[in-house]
Design a protein around this ligand. Structure first.
Ligand SMILES: Nc1nc2c(ncn2[C@@H]2O[C@H](COP(=O)(O)OP(=O)(O)O)[C@@H](O)[C@H]2O)c(=O)[nH]1
Ligand SMILES: [Mg+2]
Length: 377
């Protein structure tokens, strides 16, 4: 694969954020003046250390089926569901068939499984719980996936959504994750994907849009925040809501997380705010990679978009790096879009790092108690 060489980056304390780099070509022979070359074989040793987490809540089972089949075989797949009983049963059957057909290792967990809730309660990891169960929310599901990855002792973790209408593009996404890891010079790296296009139906045509309605706004305010810190204008952040992203576990274990859909924007805010408290021995590198494949996923409707904008901007509004002028702009934006009910956005719930958790003990306890948890090797 050919990927544009890193052009430039911004340094904020120990955090280095690179400007986006395009995937130039999937198959390739040699590097060029403008591009680095990563043949698939050169990425295989990284893929062997990857777990890929797929969060799923009541998605079309056919899309999910194709999604799990599009993940490179070396990766360990972890599905974390929050689906209703009927869909959950379908997902479990499909995973068994997938394992029978491919032999690929796969784990299935349901985030509302009472055995998961009680195992977390027992070890005192309660910031993710509500009444003894893991809360609803995508971020909460991803953290269960992180705990499973920690138990598997995989070095890298990647996240891909289940509602992808072009599921084979997931194969590219995972290779893009591996390229980011291969470029990295530090144990603490993150790779966030940026779409070449997000096709939208306009009348009877597909329109190749570049930005989603939420990411356009989240990126704008993240860049305003950075601009105020730097004292010059920047538009470096193009992946504020990147659901498809990856990290080294060395980094992932140290981070605190925000619940629900604020998981991704909060990662950036949290690293900028708290880099000095993360016990880092080297700098953090954040790569933004523009995929070659377009991205097309389920349309979840107006309320979903509004909720995502609110929770994303809330992470910026409540950041201690924010200032009054920026907060006023956020309020104005939310009011204009009819999203704000109170006088300010509600604070996101923050979930503690998983670094000191005995993940093996946690999973063993879930395996003993649960009749839903599945580990197929
Ligand atoms: N485990 C889990 N997955 C969720 C939850 N909410 C959404 N998801 C999944 O997370 C992925 C992204 O969610 P989606 O609603 O498509 O949001 P968007 O793509 O960011 O607009 C999809 O695969 C969803 O099925 C949840 O509460 N728990
Ligand atoms: Mg989606």
């Amino acid at each position: 694969m050919l990927v544009e060489r890193p052009k430039s980056a911004e340094n904020i304390g120990p955090i280095k954020i690179y400007y986006p780099q395009r995937i130039i070509k999937l198959g390739s022979k040699s590097p060029t003046l403008s591009a680095l070359n990563f043949p698939k074989e050169s990425l295989d040793h990284i893929l062997k250390d990857f777990s890929i987490i797929i969060p799923i809540k009541n998605e079309d089972i056919r899309l999910f089926d194709s999604a799990i089949r599009s993940i490179p075989s070396d990766c360990h797949i972890i599905v974390v569901s929050n689906s209703n009983k009927e869909k959950c049963e379908k997902e479990m059957r499909l995973i068994e068939d997938f394992h029978d057909m491919t032999g690929d290792p796969i784990i299935f967990a349901h985030q509302r499984d009472p055995s998961i809730g009680s195992a977390l309660e027992d070890i005192g990891y309660t910031s993710i719980l509500d009444n003894g169960l893991v809360r609803d929310g995508k971020g909460e599901g991803l953290i269960i996936g992180l705990l499973i990855t920690k138990c598997l002792k995989r070095k890298y973790v990647g996240f891909v959504d289940a509602d992808n209408y072009m599921p084979t593009s997931i194969y590219e996404y995972v290779l893009d994750f591996a390229i980011g890891i291969a470029m990295s010079q530090t144990p603490y790296s993150m790779v966030r994907l940026l779409w070449k296009y997000k096709p939208k139906a306009v009348g009877d045509k597909l329109h190749l849009e570049k930005w989603g309605r939420v990411s356009r706004i989240t990126n704008k305010y993240l860049n305003l925040l950075l601009s105020s810190l730097f004292g010059y204008e920047t538009s470096i952040i193009m992946t504020g809501n990147a659901g498809e992203h990856a990290m080294t576990m060395e980094l992932a274990e140290r981070l605190s997380y925000a619940s629900g859909y604020s998981f991704e924007p909060y990662q950036l805010i949290h690293m900028l705010e708290s880099a000095d408290d993360l016990d880092l021995k080297e700098d953090v590198e954040i790569f933004q990679i523009e995929t070659l494949s377009p991205h097309m996923h389920e349309n979840k409707g107006e309320e979903h978009i509004k909720d995502m904008i609110l929770t994303s901007l809330s992470t910026i509004y409540h950041s201690r790096l924010s200032n009054k002028k920026l907060q006023e702009k956020i309020i104005k934006e939310l009011k204009e879009k009819n999203i704000l009910k109170d006088d300010k956005p509600p604070k996101n719930t923050i979930i503690s790092p998983i670094k000191d958790i005995n993940a093996k003990g946690f999973i063993n306890s879930v395996k003993r108690e649960s009749d839903i948890f599945m580990e197929l090797r």
